[in-house]
Design a protein around this ligand. Structure first.
Ligand SMILES: Nc1nc2c(c(=O)[nH]1)N[C@H]1C(S)=C(S)[C@@H](COP(=O)(O)OP(=O)(O)OC[C@H]3O[C@@H](n4cnc5c(=O)[nH]c(N)nc54)[C@H](O)[C@@H]3O)O[C@H]1N2
Ligand SMILES: Nc1nc2c(c(=O)[nH]1)N[C@H]1C(S)=C(S)[C@@H](COP(=O)(O)OP(=O)(O)OC[C@H]3O[C@@H](n4cnc5c(=O)[nH]c(N)nc54)[C@H](O)[C@@H]3O)O[C@H]1N2
Ligand code: SF4
Ligand SMILES: [Mo]
Length: 878
């Protein structure tokens, strides 16, 4: 048994480059149960991050009692991380919402029933639709954590039933930049790379991505290469000394620790260096890209010395990083929130895409780009158009795309909002503040903790002019401020599919009944559509399905011929196997590992998802200007000059403030805070100061400090950490649901949410808010009551470990790891998919084997873990 709180990544299974990643099956069951006690194993995939690890849910007496990684899954080869092991199911028996709640005469939320709650919503909805405000009075703010079928249903209701442009997800806070950067360079959303690139690569660049804590199983995959022969070098761009940064040092790579908010200056210098040193693929650039000359001109001023002054990193480190990128045969890049949640997010993320284009490192094993997602189903929010996109990666500005949707849904094209770009979340909240959005339906997100500038958000949610519906499994901070609360069935309690970062689609089966009267989000929206009586042109019901599979089939039609083609998938095909990456169509019936192998990009004006933007200002490029460039399948090289962030340290607020995550919690902790082992591992908030800054402030480990920004206050004990001077870091996980009734002023007097401090600003292209840049003042306010509660196993490890207890699990944290079970069967993708074969819709299918190069996932292996390979249905006991 291993303790996966203390040992986050589990036992190493090292292997050489271009060899398969060994299988290790991780199982955790509620102590003292053993596999003998499990009634059924039900196929699923973990929804606690974007990695999408395949797992089976253990069910006993109708309840979830544990999980086991699926050996056959191409994503995880059996492994699970701490969140997946402990946090994916333990919340299921806790204080769930079991009945709808509505406000009574005195303004209290009281238990009610579905008829009353839905009746109130529908009454309000109809009243508003009949008023002058019409559909523009309705806003939807959804999630990256529901299922594909739910998003698509919501999108059809919003876009064709109501006709409101005010629909977005918390994906705006999460992966809006991933989508934006992919669209700007390649013409459409869709990750080029595959996780299998890890097996084949020579260098991994992580840009603002703490993979070690936020996709732990993907990091285990990297670690197994690092510990094998011919390891890749790691380059980490992060102001903190994360485990990724440590690996950079260990592998002879580079840790660049830029001041928050300076990423683009660094990227411009890396680009300039690669161009000037001649590490480019001139032929690839000439044949497959546009914009090289402009790019060279933009980056020209960014000498390593110039960028070094802006970023406060050594110029030689920039040169070394450029050299590793420029001279490694194969490079894999990942990008995440350190880049996305910043003021020049899209420009900096496009710069990563540029680097790959400049070297022609795309579409081949080991040469992937992963513009990461964070949430498990964020990809689907984007694909299905439950956010500010149109379903199937269609272009709102292209009338032919609108006609396609209108035909599919059998509605008048004019119903589908497309007279202006879809409204992004930050603007929806602004409309709520101004009073023009009067009904806000929030599902699967907890904005009273996760949005920037919480004092403002609480104020908006508290307004009488706004009728708020909150659909969640728990009484969150946000739910407490709602007019109607709808109890949602959660993961394991409903069926549906979702898609991870490398486009791999999984089916998650229903394992247990939801508690009380809780219903799936799908059922709630189907009920709303029925009660609203949305109709198509012929008077038939607009939404023509009544269950998840029906929604999936409808969705498949919506993707036909688009880059995101699902037409070759089915629930049955997803059963028993191991995850299949889209596009899956006639040309690629078994899925597609890598996009753009033949360097044919979906940039044709008739195909592309956007005509693009100016990266500096966000100004939209019109159709005519776009067509005039004749991109015709070539990718765009796009650059912008660096400008400083809107808030920088000043005399009043001398520290740069940045925020993020710890390995043990997901976001606002509604699930992980209810999982025993995870709660104990990171029980309360802390803030991280560098040793130098702590000394200057007279603060010792554990001392209580107050952080103040121009917007709010946060108070927490100090971890004297290993970050760079001048930067304060705080995890944003700690709202107040576990100390109820406080609306932001915590009962212990110490406001603990990092977003009390953050600012209402966003990237001009992706509109993603800037959680990683801000400025604060720090004051020491009380002596330590002991060391801070920050974990010691991660980036929050103390600079000086003396006297600080190491983070470890309790005896019930035991996990079995079966190393050396049979590897996943080799997916039969190779014969059908030929690299030369153009995919549909201008994108290109290619296949080089999910596990990387030929043979990387060879079928041979000893025996096999009993049951984990089982393909006879999903509920059979092994
Ligand atoms: N354990 C855990 N895993 C998760 C989640 C979780 O809540 N907990 N959430 C999931 C979701 S939705 C997401 S979006 C992902 C997020 O995954 P990540 O992006 O990896 O997580 P963050 O901690 O938000 O930020 C990553 C790093 O950015 C660094 N950073 C801060 N400012 C800057 C800057 O200006 N420049 C650069 N280069 N780096 C900077 C931080 O020090 C931090 O280490 O994680 C997913 N996985
Ligand atoms: N300061 C700061 N703020 C940040 C970030 C940061 O790095 N720094 N990161 C941002 C990012 S990347 C993200 S993704 C957001 C996350 O922010 P949120 O989305 O607000 O965080 P969660 O706690 O994941 O909230 C999800 C909610 O959905 C509920 N839920 C889970 N499954 C279901 C379901 O199937 N149906 C329904 N109806 N409800 C469900 C959960 O109980 C939970 O209340 O936070 C953002 N905020
Ligand atoms: S890496 Fe992500 S998907 Fe995999 S087990 Fe951990 S939280 Fe779940
Ligand atoms: Mo996210």
């Amino acid at each position: 048994m291993s303790d996966r709180i203390a040992d986050v990544w589990g036992t190493r299974t090292p292997h050489a480059k271009d060899t398969p990643w060994p299988v290790r099956v991780d199982t955790h069951l509620d102590a003292p149960l053993t596999e003998e006690d499990v009634d059924r194993w039900v196929q699923s995939a973990c929804v606690l991050c974007s990695n999408g690890c395949g797992c089976d849910i253990a069910v006993r007496d109708g309840r979830m009692v544990g999980v086991r990684g699926r050996a056959a899954d191409t994503v995880n080869h059996g492994r699970l991380g701490p969140k997946g092991l402990y946090g994916s199911w333990q919340w299921s028996r806790t204080d769930r919402l079991t009945r709808p709640l509505v406000r009574d005469g005195s303004g209290e939320l009281v238990e009610s029933d579905w008829d009353t709650a839905m009746g109130r919503i529908v009454e309000r909805s109809k009243e508003l639709l009949a008023s002058d405000a019409g559909a523009l009075s309705h806003g939807f703010y959804t999630s990256g954590q529901l299922f594909l079928e739910e998003y698509y249903t919501l999108a059809v209701i919003g876009k064709a039933g109501l006709g409101t442009p005010h629909m977005d997800g918390n994906t705006r806070l999460c992966t809006a930049t991933a989508a934006a950067a992919l669209k700007e360079n390649f013409g459409s959303d869709g990750q080029p790379g595959s996780y299998g690139d890890i097996e084949a690569t020579d260098a991994v660049f992580l840009f603002g991505h703490n993979m070690a804590e936020t996709q732990t199983v993907l990091w285990a995959r990297v670690l197994d290469r690092i510990h094998g022969s011919d390891p890749p070098r790691i380059v980490c761009v992060d102001p903190r000394t994360t485990k990724v940064a440590e690996a950079a040092e260990e592998t002879g790579g580079v840790h660049l620790a830029p001041l928050p908010g300076t990423n683009l200056a660094l990227m411009n210098a890396l680009t300039r260096e690669i161009v000037r040193r001649g590490w480019t693929d001139e032929d690839y650039i000439a044949r497959h890209t546009l914009g090289f000359d402009e790019l060279k001109a933009v980056v020209e001023p960014y000498t390593p010395e110039h960028a070094a002054r802006i970023c406060r990193v050594p110029a030689d480190d920039i040169r070394r990083a450029a050299e590793i990128f420029g001279t490694s045969e194969r490079v894999l890049s990942t990008v995440l929130q350190g880049f996305y949640q910043s003021h020049q997010a899209t420009a900096a993320s496009c710069a990563v895409n540029n680097l790959h284009l400049l070297r022609g490192l795309l579409g081949r094993p080991g040469c992937g780009i992963l513009q990461m997602n964070g949430q498990p189903t964020a990809q689907n929010t984007r694909e299905c158009g439950a956010d500010g996109d149109l379903p199937g990666f269609r272009n709102w500005d292209n009338p032919a795309h609108i006609r396609q949707l209108a035909g599919l849904w059998n509605v008048d094209p004019l119903v589908i909002p497309h007279w202006a770009p879809p409204t992004h979340a930050m603007q929806i909240w602004r409309y709520c503040e101004q009073g023009s959005v009067k009904l806000l339906w929030i599902s699967g997100t907890n904005p009273a903790v996760s949005l920037p500038e919480l004092p403002r958000i609480r104020d908006i949610l508290g307004r009488d002019s706004l009728f708020t519906v909150v659909q969640d499994g728990f009484l969150t901070e946000t739910a407490r401020l709602a007019d109607v609360v709808l109890p949602a069935a959660l993961w394991g309690e409903k069926q549906g599919t979702f898609t991870n970062v490398d486009r791999t689609v999984h089916l998650s089966e229903k394992a247990v009944e939801p508690p009380g009267q809780a219903r799936s989000d799908l059922d709630v929206w189907l009920d709303y559509a029925r009660r609203m009586d949305f109709r198509d042109r012929d008077g038939a019901p607009l939404v023509k399905w009544s269950d998840p599979q029906g929604a999936f089939e409808a969705w498949k039609e919506c993707t036909r011929g688009r880059p995101v083609d699902y037409t070759g998938l089915s629930y049955d095909k997803l059963r028993g196997g191991s995850g299949i990456p889209w596009p899956v169509d006639e040309a690629a019936p078994h899925g597609t590992d890598r996009l753009y192998a033949d360097a044919e990009f979906p940039t044709h004006a008739d195909v592309c998802e956007t005509y693009g933007h100016d990266l500096l200002t966000g100004g939209a490029i019109g159709e005519e200007a776009y067509r005039a460039k004749r991109p015709d399948g070539r990718a765009f090289l796009k650059a912008a000059p660096y400008v400083p962030p809107p808030e920088t340290p000043s005399e009043d607020h001398p520290f740069a403030f940045t925020t993020g995550r710890t390995v043990y919690h997901l976001h606002t902790r509604t699930k992980t805070g209810r999982a025993r082992q995870l709660r104990r591992a990171a029980p309360r908030v802390w803030v991280e100061l560098s040793a130098g800054d702590a000394t200057r402030l007279g603060a010792a480990e554990g001392d209580l400090v107050r952080l103040e920004s121009p917007r709010g206050v946060m108070e927490a004990p100090v971890r004297i950490g290993r970050g760079r001077d001048g930067v304060v870091f705080a995890p944003f996980h700690y709202g107040y649901w576990d100390r109820p009734g406080t609306g932001g002023a915590a009962p212990d007097g110490h406001p603990s949410a990092a977003n009390e401090l953050t600012l209402t600003e966003w990237d001009p292209v992706s509109k993603q808010p800037l959680f990683k840049v801000g400025a604060v003042r720090v004051t020491r306010i009380a002596d330590a009551a002991g060391p801070s509660p920050a974990p010691t196993t991660t980036a929050s490890a103390p600079a000086d470990p003396a006297g600080i207890p190491a983070t470890a699990g309790s005896p019930d944290a035991g996990v079995t790891e079966q190393v050396g079970a049979a590897p996943p069967p080799k997916p039969p993708r190779q014969p059908e998919d030929s690299p030369e074969q153009p995919g549909s819709g201008g994108s290109t299918a290619s296949a080089a084997g999910r596990g990387g190069p030929e043979g990387a996932e060879g079928p041979e292996g000893p025996g096999g873990t009993e049951g984990t390979e089982g393909t006879e249905g999903t509920e059979g006991r092994p």
